[in-house]
Design a binder for this molecule. Structure first.
Ligand code: S3P
Length: 445
């Protein structure tokens, strides 16, 4: 994003947070709906698509690769796909903005198309590691040239006749798994991916939804996924649920601001995404799930969060993949909890939109909360009697850090400012207005 910085301040509201709200569509599912739609034959209709900056970059990239992507006034998006292997060479550089998911998944698609493409992103994305997808994808016959350390911009010459991959993902990453599967769509035979720990399975679910054959075998805590290559993907309608990673912000706000009760409707409850809900429940949070149902092949429900005391726990490392994006806001909840919360095994947080491990610790520290990083663990000393606040948080182009700091400000004794709230639009357009409607006080500095 090239917009000017938008500083914002959060103050403790005069009363409780209340209301029945819906959060924007799931970011992971939105990217995939556009990509699979572009690789299918026929017209895919998507409702509830997240119209945030990250996803709009994916839409633009699919257009640049030859798919037709339009949206109706009622919010329905339509993708006229080109079929597996049918995308065409883009005439210009593909700019994926702030989005690691868009960039890495797109690498998978490009690797098995016989075309040349160049990809870049904003300063945050240009600092993030791409080697984790370049290394496996090179095995299909594609050649990548990237900056030092495997950083963007990169250039790719996709394989003419791609080979199927057999890859064990060394880090728990749904992006890497998905990049390999997307590459495998245009390779003959079986593409096999092994993940030592199960990560979000939206790609697998959506591949099946579009007609591909995917077998998943559970192996210990991990999974082996086998995709039968070169299927004919058939356009299918996709209903995108509310993003549980976005719901996390108003939810934790309701838990921390006295007297609050908030219902968030239509939240995606895929079991590989609900680690935060499990963790908060263990901390004693008053959370209820109502109206559980299945929409578009994904479990969905309404989450009711009511203010009450929280107690510290140790969050095991195995839970990290199911709540990897939620640690900054969990750290805010931990700051208001009784006792010392230890979040274990957060290595992957260092390579998100920012070094989220360091940035989350810095956010709490600047606002008067005692915090330590020990190895890959984050330790937060809760202050149930009142979290101080009073600082301006540097957000490092990271939307989730900005939202976490603002929620902190709603619960703190002194206002908390963020240097730049502009990046919130990457995942949660309308965040400020929605929080204000619940009774929050977010104002420009
Ligand atoms: C995502 C996977 C996760 C997550 C990101 C979205 C996805 O990244 O942090 O926000 O849609 O596959 P990693 O695969 O790097 O863990």
């Amino acid at each position: 994003m090239s917009t000017a910085a938008r500083p914002l301040v959060a103050r403790r509201p005069a009363g409780p947070l209340t209301g029945r709200i819906a959060v924007p569509g799931d970011k992971s599912i939105s990217h995939r709906a556009l990509m699979f739609g572009a690789l299918a034959v026929g017209e895919t209709r998507i409702t509830g698509l997240l119209e945030g900056e990250d996803v709009l970059r994916t839409a633009a990239a699919m257009r640049a690769l030859g798919a037709e992507v339009t949206h109706d006034p009622d919010g329905t998006w339509r993708v006229a796909g080109r079929g597996v292997g049918g995308l065409t060479e883009p005439a210009d550089v593909l700019d994926m903005g702030n989005s690691g998911t868009a960039a890495r998944l797109l690498c998978g698609i490009l690797a098995s198309h016989d075309l040349f493409a160049v990809m870049t992103g904003d300063a945050s994305l240009r600092g993030r590691p791409m080697r984790r997808v370049i290394d496996p994808l090179t095995g299909c016959g594609a050649s990548f040239t990237a900056r030092d350390g495997g950083r963007l911009p990169l250039a790719v010459q996709g394989a003419k006749d791609a080979l199927p991959l057999d890859y064990r993902v060394p880090v728990p990453s749904a992006q890497v798994k998905s990049a390999v599967l997307l590459c495998g769509l245009n390779a003959p035979g079986i593409t096999r991916v092994e993940e030592p720990e199960a990560t979000r399975d939206h790609s697998e679910n959506m591949l099946r939804h579009f007609g591909a054959t995917v077998q998943v075998t559970l192996v210990g805590t991990g999974r082996v996924i086998q995709l039968h290559g070169q299927p004919e993907l058939i356009a299918a309608d996709v209903v995108v649920p509310g993003d549980p990673s976005s719901a996390a912000f108003p939810l934790v706000a309701a838990l921390l601001v006295p007297g609050s009760r908030v219902t968030i409707t239509g939240v995606g409850l895929n079991p590989l995404r609900t680690g935060l809900l499990a963790t908060l429940a263990e901390m004693g949070a008053d959370l209820r799930i109502e109206n559980q149902r299945t929409e578009g092949g994904e479990p969905v429900g309404d989450v009711v969060a009511t203010h009450g005391p929280l107690k510290a726990i140790t969050v095991p490392p195995q839970r990290a993949p199911s709540m990897i994006d939620e640690y900054p806001i969990l750290a805010v909840a931990a700051a208001g909890a009784e006792g010392i919360t230890r979040m274990r095994g957060l290595k992957e947080l260092r390579v998100k939109e920012s070094d989220r491990l360091a940035a989350t610790a810095a956010m709490l520290d600047a606002n008067g909360v005692r915090v330590e990083i020990e190895g890959d663990d984050l330790i937060v000393h809760g202050m149930p009697g009142g979290i101080p606040g009073g600082a301006t948080v540097t957000t490092h182009m990271d939307h989730r850090l900005a939202m976490s700091a603002l929620i902190f400000g709603l619960a703190a004794e002194a206002p908390v400012a963020v240097d730049d709230a502009a990046f919130i639009d990457t995942s949660f357009p309308g965040f400020t207005a929605l929080m204000d409607r619940m009774g929050a006080r977010l104002t420009p500095t």
